[in-house]
Every structure is written in C-alpha cells, then in structure tokens.
Design a protein around this ligand. Structure first.
Ligand SMILES: NC(=O)c1ccc[n+]([C@@H]2O[C@H](COP(=O)([O-])OP(=O)(O)OC[C@H]3O[C@@H](n4cnc5c(N)ncnc54)[C@H](O)[C@@H]3O)[C@@H](O)[C@H]2O)c1
Length: 319
C-alpha cells in the first residue's frame, strides 16, 4: 500500500469464518467466493492502514507523557482484543498513570486478553460474563479486598441476539428485547450500584453508547433502543450519585471496526458515510475514544457529569 507493507494475519474466528483485525470474512471453498473473500480482506487491510497507520493521523498515545491520573485505580470491562474500544480506554488510562483492572469474557477470550493485560501491567485480571450469576459481584469484591477503593469504571459491553439485532424493532421478541437490554443497559446500572460503596471519595463511571440512540441508523435496530435507555440511565445515575462526587457519562464514538461491529450488516457503508460526513473528515480510533474518556476521569472535569460525549469527528452535528 504505497510505501507500506502490511503483513496480515488471517485467523480462524469460528468454525466457518475467517477474521482479520476483528472483522469476519466469509470462508468458502469455491474459487469465485475465495476471490470475493480476498477482496474483502484487502478492503479491510486498506481501511486499517488508513485509520491506524496513516502518517497524517499518528496515534495520540505515545505522545501522552503526563501522569494526570496517577494514584487512580479503575476497572475496565469489555476488552475482547486489541481492536476493542475498552482496550483503547485501558491504554489511555494507563498512559495517564492510572492502575487498571481488566476482565475477560471466558476461557476462550482469556488468551487474547491476558497479553494485553500484561502490557498495561494490570494487577487484577478476572473472568466476567455478566450472564453468569455472581461474577459481577465477585469482581467488585476482589477489588474491594485488594484496593479498598475504586476511582473509575469503564463499561464497554453490549450484546443482542442475532435475530433481535438484525430484525426490525417492530418484530423483536420479548426474549430478544430482554437480553439486549439486560446485557447492554442493566449491567451498567448494576456496576454503578456495586461501585458506589467503593467510591467513597468520588469517582467516575463510563459506558459506551452510539448515535443510533438518537437517530434511526440503518441496521442498528434494537440496539438503538437499548442505547437510548443507557443514555437515560446515565442521567439518572449522575443525578443520584452526584452528591457523592461520583460522575457518570456515556461516550458516543463514531463507528469503529471491532468484533461487536461485525454483527451489524453493511457496517462498511456506515464507516464510509461517517468519514464522508464528519467535519473532521476522518474515522475515529480507539485511542481517540480512550483519551477522551480518560480526560473525563480527571479531577479537572469534576463539574462535568451526565453527559453523552460524542467522539465522532463532529458527525452528529451535521444534517
Ligand atoms: N464499534 C463501534 O462502532 C461502536 C460505536 C459506538 C459504541 N460502541 C459500543 O462500544 C462498546 C464496546 O464494543 P466494541 O465495539 O469495542 O466491540 P468489542 O467486541 O471489542 O467489545 C464488546 C465487548 O462486550 C463483551 N461482552 C459481550 N457480552 C458479554 C457478557 N455477557 N459479559 C461480559 N462481556 C460481554 C465482549 O466480550 C467484548 O469484550 C459496546 O457497548 C458497543 O455497543 C461501539
């Protein structure tokens, strides 16, 4: 690609799919389909270079030297791999000097998360599947035991069963709706509940939302409903916890090619549109999202709460 050579590792992402940088590629036997597969890989690789390796948009993190969050300790939930928004947050909080505890979904995810946890010297690395009763409590108990306090939580998880996510909102089943809301919204409320007693000197709570909560975004469907509820929960939690010095925010990033995003049909079209429409003229990176989130955790942001902060190059202000 120009002067750059990119060596791409195409890994088996499940039984009949292959993946590159967090995106699934159809894996097929026929020659014609294989050509299609390679075209898809090339497109993703080009976009990856453009977003993460372009000389015009250097990574912001290596420039961050100030230990602005030194002494703060927090939990980051939602790292699946090095493309996860939660990983962008973990890198930024660590770069600013904070100590970070991280979780991984299950044994399968552990091997991807552990090296990342090591890279940021995470002192606490625990399993957390929010569908497993008691696991959320166990994470906060361990933090209470080891740290005795907590300064920030980043909740960067969402889930919707495929039928619910990829169908019309008008057709969603009760189970699909409940599961989507449970994992994507209620767990943030519960984490706030579990964090509150550990934030005796105040703190900050973050969750990840998306523009599809405000506007009808093609293919976002029931997740838009869940994100609207999540942003509303942010405001109620901010009001309830504000007197204790606990601030609560939703961060609303522009589209990013992550594993979660690969569940949304025609996601590439969303990326193209975001880039074309955003005043900044570029896609955001997980590092952009991470540093913006870390800024809000700083004491200098002590009178900012209940916000939905867009990190989208200005996309949301455009008609
Ligand atoms: N990628 C985007 O374009 C985009 C844009 C705006 C907001 N977001 C939001 O950002 C957040 C993080 O997503 P991402 O894009 O980094 O994708 P990702 O796939 O890297 O992260 C999603 C995380 O959710 C976790 N998760 C799912 N079910 C879980 C469960 N039962 N228990 C515990 N963890 C569970 C996964 O393990 C994974 O770590 C999500 O809330 C997503 O909706 C994403």
């Amino acid at each position: 690609m120009g002067d750059d050579n990119l060596e791409a590792e195409v890994a088996q992402s499940n039984e009949d799919r292959r993946g590159i940088v967090g995106r699934d590629i159809p894996h097929i036997d026929a020659a014609k389909d294989r050509r299609q597969s390679f075209r898809a890989i090339k497109k993703i690789a080009e976009r990856y270079i453009e977003t993460y390796m372009s000389k015009n948009t250097p990574l912001t993190l290596p420039a961050v030297k100030a230990k602005l969050l030194e002494g703060k300790r927090g939990l980051i939930v939602g790292i699946a791999n090095e493309n996860s928004i939660a990983w962008g947050c973990a890198k930024a909080f660590r770069a600013f000097g904070a100590e970070v505890a991280v979780t991984y979904l299950n044994d399968k995810a552990k091997k991807y998360v552990e090296p990342l946890a090591r890279a940021i010297e995470a002192p606490i690395v625990l399993p957390l599947d929010v569908n497993t009763p008691g696991q959320m409590e166990a994470v906060f108990e361990r933090i209470a035991k080891e740290w005795g306090k907590l300064d920030f939580v980043v909740h960067s998880i969402a889930f919707s069963p495929k039928d619910a996510l990829q169908g019309r909102v008008v057709d969603v089943s009760r189970e699909g709706f409940a599961k989507t809301m449970d994992v994507s919204c209620w767990t943030f409320i519960r984490m706030a509940h579990l964090a509150e007693p550990l934030m005796r000197k105040g703190g900050s709570l973050f969750t990840m939302s998306y523009y599809g909560s405000q506007m009808v975004v093609k293919n976002y469907n029931i997740m838009g409903v869940a994100k609207a509820a999540l942003e509303c929960a942010v405001r109620y939690l901010a009001a309830e916890l504000g007197p204790k010095g606990i601030r609560v925010h939703a961060i609303s990033p522009g589209p990013l090619a992550t594993r979660a995003a690969s569940g949304i049909p025609e996601f590439d079209a969303l990326l193209d549109k975001a880039k074309a429409k955003a005043p900044a003229g570029s896609l955001v990176s997980i590092d952009d999202v991470g540093v913006a989130t870390a800024f809000l955790a700083h004491d200098a942001a002590r009178l900012i709460t209940g916000e939905t902060l867009y990190v989208d190059g200005g996309y949301h202000i455009m008609d």
